[in-house]
Design a binder for this molecule. Structure first.
Ligand code: BGC
Length: 752
């Protein structure tokens, strides 16, 4: 296959029913801002300003609005309040607007005579290209070529270019460039004030004030290769420049739009307007070529650290690059006030909130490709510790309780009480991730400077949350584990093990600080007001917290009461396996049945592999997999990893396919509401932990591999950051190699 095809996500031929999926899949971003892959001219029959009230619902099963198109422009951190659903990231004004008209015919992919349509997103540099032939009613044949990108180097800039070449005919063509605020977020208008203006030198601006008081300034400069005589033409919610020109056969009209976006949340000084003007004038001085080179260099560096190369499976190659692309663009490495939301800033569906996905599914990728980004993601949790304290207080507990769905200030936003009240494992998952970071990077200082506050405060919460039984054991009652189809279980194995781990580490951290770093200990004790006896309480709770399993049972029970739930006759209930199981059963019945939404015990085994025997892994996989619906996109990758560890190549291959399809399969339209970013991290883990068999840095001091490549894979290679060094890993079907990138230190072995 041509090497380019291993870097391009493609859409050949336009189909309206798939458009929304491609809008999600082709989302572009640079950490600072993100835009969905919508058309510059929009779509007919797809209004963006429809107002409606979205109610609390199960997001996995909810029927989304906007079947054809939903544009999306997101800047992490710009949020507003939904009256029923709490905080949501604001869908900002649409900056991409470039519309063309010939006579009374507006260019539209559905209504015009379009042929040869194709789009491709180049994953190497994040540029989106579109080309097609437009045969206008007036008899012109126009070859139209679009390209656009959000600069990775100059993150406030969006750079667009359209070229129309007249292959036959002649006539007048109108152009309209717009910045439009007729945009709603989940049906809500969050804009308190919109000010469209014409600016000197063929520029327009749109200043938007959100209900929360955030100010967003968009400033576009237009350039055309032909004289189009731009004229301002605003409406109350749109800044626009219109122009027209006459074209003859052979003519080429090139229109460029350069937009600078600034907000009052940016960390730079000065008004939003002044900064946007400065950005634009700097960009114009740099010129198109330099702007592009700076951008492409940034992407290149990111790919050097993160690319995974697979020989022998082009579909997997492209798929993992698509995942890595979305992981890279979703991350804002220098801003620890935001993390990565569950839809990877590619849609409105999960309101831009932060879940355990970040710590458990995404973090490993960043730990081993870009440790600074991993640190930042964890600093976000440190920065939102006060929000977590308020959550604990609201529930009547001491300490800190992290939100199941976190706002940018850390407070609980989940509008469904089942999850908000019961899916408490997130608080311990964060501690697991803190350790993972420290172990993978060797950044021990992070523990004493930041993590210790989270450890102590969450330990206080756990001590209050635990109930004590007559045998003197601590229990966690009424808990939802990772499997969201059982909301009120007793002693969920995953949760209890995570909490025990979290308490154990708190004690160990305090012990070692007191022994080795008395100043740090004294500072932490004063800052956190650590009382005499508190550490003993943590230790006692850790020791006595019940685990609903032991080494005697091969099948690890998901919870103490798991066995008492009703069996499901899947064949009669789930009659169409292409749709989620949850569509075929009422929530009430689902909540009392043994049907898992996603990996739960297997997730536990993946995170604590050394604590389970192979017999337990095998028996638990054999028991749980058939009763797991995989209705959550977090499930398939974990199952693939476990299947690979068990040497079940066929099953592992089937899960790999499933993971790849989650966002990439157009037929399933998986990316329509946004990217399943946890699954992107899951694919990385499936390849690195599953197929290359890397032992997690949590439990291994050095790089240890136990590779099992899927059928047909001739070679797998990637670089890995590990404790301050970078390594090149190469796995062949029978052998593997680990080489330190700056020379020396070669480890080789044979695959299993
Ligand atoms: C899953 C959760 C996940 C959330 C956000 C849900 O469907 O069950 O585990 O955290 O989606 O991705």
């Amino acid at each position: 296959m041509n090497e380019d095809n291993l870097w391009w996500l493609k859409e050949d031929g336009y189909e309206a029913r798939l458009h929304k999926h491609y809008e999600g899949l082709f989302t572009q971003g640079n950490g600072y801002m993100h835009v969905r892959g919508s058309f510059e001219e929009g779509c007919s029959d797809a209004p963006q300003d429809e107002e409606y009230l979205r109610f609390p619902d199960n997001v996995t099963l909810e029927k989304p609005r906007h079947p054809k198109s939903k544009q999306g422009t997101f800047i992490p951190g710009i949020v507003a309040q939904h009256p029923l659903l709490k905080e949501e990231i604001v869908n900002l004004p649409y900056m991409l607007g470039l519309e063309f008209r010939s006579g009374d015919e507006a260019l539209d992919m559905d209504r015009c005579r379009i042929s040869g349509y194709s789009r491709r997103l180049d994953l190497r540099d994040g540029r989106l290209h579109r080309s097609f032939l437009w045969e206008t009613k007036e008899g012109m044949q126009l070859k139209c070529t679009y390209s656009r990108y959000l600069s990775m180097a100059d993150t406030h800039l969006c750079i667009q270019q359209v070229q129309l070449e007249v292959l036959a005919g002649e006539g007048r063509l109108e152009v309209k460039a717009a910045l439009r605020a007729d945009v709603r977020t989940n049906g809500m208008n969050h804009f308190a004030r919109v000010v469209p203006s014409a600016e000197p030198g063929d520029c327009i601006s749109l200043e938007t004030l959100t209900e929360e008081g955030n100010r967003i300034f968009m400033l576009s400069a237009l350039e055309a290769s032909e004289a189009v005589n731009w004229q301002a033409g605003h409406t109350p919610v749109m800044a626009a420049l219109r122009g027209e020109c006459r074209l003859n056969t052979g003519d080429r009209l090139t229109v460029s739009k350069l937009t600078a976006v600034t907000t009052d949340r940016d960390m730079e000084e000065g008004t939003v307007r002044d900064r946007a003007l400065a950005q634009l004038s700097r960009a114009r001085k740099l010129g198109r070529e330099q702007l592009y080179n700076r951008h492409a260099d940034c992407w290149k560096r990111k790919w050097q650290a993160a690319d995974i190369r697979i020989k022998g499976d082009d579909a997997a190659q492209l798929s993992v690059r698509a995942s890595i692309y979305h992981l890279i663009r979703s991350n804002r490495e220098e801003d620890d006030r935001v993390a990565i939301c569950a839809k990877g800033y590619a849609g409105e569906a999960y309101f831009g909130r932060y879940f355990w996905d970040t710590e458990i599914n995404l973090l490993p990728f960043f730990l081993h490709t870009h440790p600074q980004a991993a640190r930042n993601l964890l600093l976000f949790r440190y920065n939102t510790l006060d929000g977590a304290r308020r959550n604990a207080q609201k529930y009547g507990y001491r300490g800190a309780r992290y939100a199941w769905e976190s706002s940018i200030s850390g407070e609980e936003q989940c509008a469904n009480w089942q999850y908000a009240d019961h899916e408490i494992h997130i608080t311990a998952d964060i501690v697991y991730a803190l350790y993972h970071y420290v172990r993978a990077t060797g950044d021990d200082e992070f523990l004493e400077r930041y993590a210790v506050d989270i450890l102590v405060e969450t330990a206080r919460y756990w001590c209050d949350r635990v109930d004590w039984n007559r045998e003197g054991e601590g229990e966690l009652l009424s808990v939802m584990g990772p499997d969201e189809y059982l909301p009120f279980t007793r002693n969920n194995a995953f949760t209890n093990r995570m909490v025990k781990f979290s308490l154990e580490q708190t004690v160990a951290c305090l012990d070692s600080l007191e022994d080795g770093k008395r100043d740090s200990y004294a500072a932490a004790a004063a800052r956190l007001d650590i009382r005499p006896g508190e550490r003993e309480r943590f230790r006692h709770t850790a020791e006595k917290l019940r685990l609903p399993y032991d080494s005697r049972s091969d099948i690890v029970p998901q919870s103490d009461d798991f066995d008492s739930y009703a069996e499901v006759d899947f064949a009669s209930v789930w009659t169409d396996r292409s749709r989620p199981f949850g569509h075929f059963i009422s929530q009430e019945r689902n909540y009392r049945s043994k049907a898992l939404k996603q990996a739960d015990v297997l997730e536990l085994m993946m995170l604590f592999p050394q604590e389970f025997t192979r017999a337990q892994l095998k028996a638990s996989y054999a028991y749980y997999e058939p009763i797991t619906t995989h209705d959550s996109s977090l499930s398939a990758a974990v199952h693939g990893i476990v299947a690979s560890w068990l040497g079940q190549k066929e099953a592992a291959g089937a899960f790999l396919q499933r993971v790849m399809d989650i966002d990439l399969s157009a037929e399933k339209k998986g990316a329509a509401e946004g990217i399943h970013i946890a699954n992107c991290g899951g694919l990385w883990q499936l390849i690195v932990y599953g197929f290359a068999g890397l032992k997690s840095a949590m439990w291994s001091e050095s790089i240890e591999l136990e590779p099992r490549l899927p059928e047909g894979w001739e070679k797998l290679s990637f670089t890995l950051a590990w404790r301050g060094e970078r390594y090149q890993i190469t796995v062949n079907p029978d052998t593997y190699e680990v080489q330190k990138l700056n020379g020396g230190n070669l480890v080789a072995g044979t695959t299993v």
